[in-house]
Design a protein around this ligand. Structure first.
Ligand code: BMP
Length: 257
């Protein structure tokens, strides 16, 4: 019987063309965490408190900046400071989906100036490769990274197997800027891609609006993903820090398995 050694996060860091993917793999390896917190709260104070308390447990903090009611640019400076202090990357879950020229403006300008503070962003591949070229014009000089949405966690979504594979092919044309995918499972044998999986809770289930949950073990062991993205599983717990530690342990045990 031959036993094939799986590549570790550290091994895979060396294979990445995108510098941020490399740094993220190394951070996961040294910090021993593959947990991303989906910090879906609506005030700057609540977001900063989460970043400060849970920052030591996570590799990525995911934001939806347009749900924050009292946004200021000063808030983003504080968030970046906490990210450096506690060693995590900031991922703005903006899901860009327009033509290249428009997403460039949305990424750099407007109220949020996303390119100034978000290490990672994501985009739909639906408009074609121009969306990646547009975002890359802003993000590449700043050494940022892009994730493409190749699958979604929701019930009855319109992502087909062909769409998912075409998304992987599109990523292959931009290895310096694309880090990997938002997906439910590993999609390619190329070890440089990083997979982040939302729709994760300690028990399987769903919410009332189509969200579906798989367990950390299912995401990381059975499906071959790399990072679990957890929102309400942690945020709605009585003690979010204690719950984050549970998810961190479950995620790390699954990776080491
Ligand atoms: P929760 O764990 O509370 O269900 O939150 C999941 C988070 O991941 C949300 O911020 C949502 O926008 C995001 N997300 C998702 O749930 N499924 C996807 O396919 C893609 C996402 O970005």
């Amino acid at each position: 019987m031959t036993i094939r050694k799986q590549l570790s996060y550290a091994d895979r860091a060396a294979l990445c063309a995108n510098p941020l993917a490399q740094q993220l793999f190394l951070l996961m390896h040294t910090k021993k965490t593959n947990l991303a917190l989906s910090a879906d709260v609506t005030t700057c104070a609540a977001l900063l408190e989460l970043a400060d308390k849970l920052g030591p447990e996570i590799c990525v903090l995911k934001t939806h900046i347009d749900i924050v009611t009292d946004f200021t640019l000063d808030f983003t400076k504080k968030l970046v400071k906490l990210a450096r202090q506690h060693q995590f990357f900031i991922f703005e879950d903006r899901k860009f989906a327009d033509i290249g020229n428009t997403v460039k403006l949305q990424y750099e300008q407007g109220i949020y100036h996303i390119s100034e503070w978000a290490d990672i962003i994501n985009a739909h591949s639906l408009p074609g490769p121009g969306i990646i070229s547009g975002l890359a014009q802003i993000g590449l000089p700043k050494k940022r990274g892009l994730l493409l949405l190749a699958e979604m966690s929701t019930a009855n979504n319109l992502f087909t197997a062909d769409y998912t594979q075409e998304t992987v092919h599109m990523a292959e044309q931009f290895p310096e800027f694309v880090m990997g995918f938002i997906a439910q499972k590993k999609l390619s044998s190329d070890p440089k891609w990083i997979y982040m999986t939302p729709g994760v809770q300690l028990a399987t289930g769903k919410d009332s609006l189509g969200q579906q949950y798989i367990t950390p073990q299912k995401a990381l062991i059975d499906n071959g993903s790399d990072i679990i993205i957890v929102g309400r599983g942690i945020l709605q717990a009585q003690d979010p820090l204690a719950e984050a530690k549970k998810y961190r342990q479950a995620g790390w045990d699954a990776y080491c398995n």
